[in-house]
Design a binder for this molecule. Structure first.
Ligand code: RP5
Length: 154
């Protein structure tokens, strides 16, 4: 993520990965404030053993796109809500990549972070039957938790 301030949103992705027993590293890598850290991380990510990258950033959210420019790994971008423009700036900064350098862009905020975790899990599950089974179980549990009739809120 681009900043410590992104962590409350991006922790939702980490929670999904924890739940599905997927190993990960959570890092602060700012495209603007720590460009050399970004270069080192993104250009070395595949050799370091990473399989998928989830990049969350807000405002002028260049982190996912610049990461994708420097690695062949799948990159999922999460637009974090910005104070000034509620994350619309983040979304547009991430989604409109030029052809040839893909970023899979998720929804703004918590939903996007959760779904980024689930998408990363789905990619990894293609080569990991045990993870695929855990993901199936998670989906079944989610479905079972949806009541057919609403109840009054207390
Ligand atoms: C972006 O700027 C970060 O991803 C964050 O969403 C936003 C604001 O960062 P802070 O000023 O809160 O550190 O680079």
């Amino acid at each position: 993520m681009g900043s410590q301030s992104d962590w409350p949103v991006m922790k939702n992705a980490a929670d999904v990965l924890d739940r599905l027993e997927i190993g990960y590293e959570a890092k602060i890598v700012s495209a603007h404030r720590t460009p050399e850290r970004l270069y080192r991380f993104a250009s070395g990510a595949r050799e370091a053993g990473f399989k998928v990258i989830i990049a969350g950033a807000g405002g002028a959210a260049h982190l996912p796109g610049m990461t994708a420019a420097m690695t062949p790994l799948p990159v999922f971008g999460v637009p974090v809500e910005s104070r000034a423009l509620s994350g619309k700036d983040s979304l547009l900064s991430i989604v409109q990549m030029p052809a040839g350098v893909p970023v899979g862009t998720l929804a703004i905020g918590r939903s996007g972070a959760i779904n980024a975790g689930l998408l990363a899990a789905a990619v990894l599950a293609l080569g990991d039957p045990a993870l695929a089974a855990r993901l199936d179980a998670w989906r079944a549990e989610q479905t079972a938790a949806v009541a057919e009739t609403p109840r009054d809120e207390t």
